[in-house]
Design a binder for this molecule. Structure first.
Ligand code: 4AD
Ligand code: MG
Length: 432
């Protein structure tokens, strides 16, 4: 008998008569006198363990009788076919050892959302949360593989910053010794700087936004995957985005069929997420919204409701390009063909999920940037280093930021973005 097996190995390659050992946590249990049925959970799945008095030493049988939900245990036994058991096999115990006992578990079947959030550190052991975390890991692996194959360097920008990248309204301010600093909203400006060394760069960092709005798609701390690409225009930027998103989703299709099924998402819908995605201009989107009877004028930003309305019926993501210049950040490149607009694209997920990426070609004209900072009454001093990037060998370039939890929420069909992160940070909560 070689060490411990994982549950998945037992179910996929039943070992026959040979004894095996597994270890994990008690998922549920019931007993009737001389027999205990415990379902054991590990990181790979669940298996039914049948513990029968007489098949193992009496003190171990008593431990099994007393084992509560989420106790950790080690079991030795043999695997037998049983169509009634989850996975089609059961493990008949010859030994059952309690490793870590557990008091009554505070989470039972029907619980208020508040209680689940208060006990988040325990609730993340649930099968749904476990599935979501595995899908997230696969999305990130798919991204990293694609980025590596396509010549991007992973880099490490700072989180403390003295610049607002995305406007002052959502900045978290903090005391940085005797100065003021902020938590990063986006690594973009630093990626633009590093791009001059490495040409194609990306970073995966937490970003922070003091979002006061309680919505199903805003966190105050989220994971941000950002790319910056030298010599790439807005059209090339969109191509990179659709290939990257597709590579991420197809990694999930390959690795996470079970989890996707458990979360109630049809895998065929994910298989369809391949390039090309749709492309629509902002102006066209406004006409479409007006056609649906929605009261919106050219010049207004698209909110969650508008994004939902235009993506509800879609099955693949849509790029919305050329937003009005006054809706977007100071660094986006003005479109010479339509100077009321910028060369940007928001990528909207289908089925009503809305924005998952914000990106653009970057303005290279230092005077335009300074004028736009002045318009927004931003003191230019703190931006001198950024303006240097336009002074010293500036090149056309583009980039974007992908909200990892936004993508995960869509892929896993989650009602609320807080379930896309193990310890959600929202206006209402920073505990546990
Ligand atoms: O559209 P945003 O604000 O763009 C930027 O920050 C750019 N500087 C990125 C870049 O070009 N490097 O944010 C990018 C993405 C959004 O599309 C969304 O997916 C996600 O970040 N995001 C949030 N996700 C969760 N909670 C929030 N409060 C978010 N704010 C933005
Ligand atoms: Mg945006």
């Amino acid at each position: 008998m070689a060490g411990f097996s994982h549950v998945r190995d037992l179910l996929e390659n039943p070992p026959g008569e040979e004894e095996v050992q597994v270890r994990g946590w008690v998922y549920r249990t019931r007993s009737s006198g001389k027999i205990v049925f415990a379902v054991l959970r590990d990181s790979t799945g669940i298996v039914q363990v049948t513990i029968k008095k007489g098949n193992l030493p009496d003190p171990e049988f008593e431990q099994a009788v007393g084992a509560t939900i989420e106790s950790s245990v080690e079991v030795r036994g043999t695997v037998h076919k049983d169509d009634r058991a989850p996975g089609g096999y059961e493990l008949r115990a010859k030994s059952f050892i309690l490793i870590g006992p557990a008091p009554p578990f505070p989470i039972t079947e029907y619980q208020s959302e508040e209680l689940l959030l208060d006990n988040r550190h325990l609730w993340i052991r649930s099968r749904e949360q476990t599935a979501v975390m595995k899908v997230k890991a696969s999305l990130l692996m798919g991204a990293r593989n694609w980025l590596d194959e396509n010549g991007f360097f992973e880099v490490t920008p700072p989180i403390f910053t003295q610049n607002a990248c995305e406007g002052g309204v959502t900045l978290f301010k903090l005391k940085y010794f005797d100065r003021e600093a902020y938590l990063s909203q986006s690594a973009q400006m630093y990626l633009e700087a590093i791009m001059f060394s490495l040409e194609r760069v990306y970073a995966l960092t937490p970003s922070f936004r003091a979002e006061k709005s309680r919505t199903t798609r805003h966190l105050t701390e989220f994971w941000h995957l950002e790319l910056e690409e030298a010599w790439v225009d807005n059209i090339g930027n969109m191509k990179i985005q659709e290939e990257l998103v597709s590579a991420m989703v197809q990694e999930v299709v390959r690795d996470r069929k079970e989890e996707i099924a458990l979360l109630g998402r049809d895998i065929e819908q994910l298989k369809a997420i391949v390039p090309p995605f749709k492309r629509v201009t902002y102006s066209h989107m406004i006409e479409r919204l007006q056609g649906k009877g929605i009261d919106i004028a050219w010049g207004c930003d698209l909110g969650a409701a508008e994004e939902r309305a235009v993506t509800q019926e879609e099955t693949i993501p849509t790029f919305v390009t050329n937003f009005p210049i006054e809706c977007k950040a100071f660094y986006m490149k003005q479109d010479p063909d339509d100077p009321r607009t910028v060369k940007c694209a928001d990528l909207l997920a289908p089925e009503g999920y809305g924005e998952i990426i914000g990106g653009s070609e970057r303005e290279t004209d230092i005077d335009i940037i300074m004028a736009r900072l002045a318009e927004q009454q931003v003191p230019v001093d703190a931006y001198q280093w950024y303006l240097d990037l336009r002074r010293y060998g500036s090149v056309p370039h583009s980039g974007f930021g992908l909200g990892v939890e936004r993508v995960l929420r869509w892929v896993c069909k989650l009602e609320h973005i807080r379930d896309a992160v193990p310890f959600p940070r929202t206006v209402a909560r920073a505990y546990p």
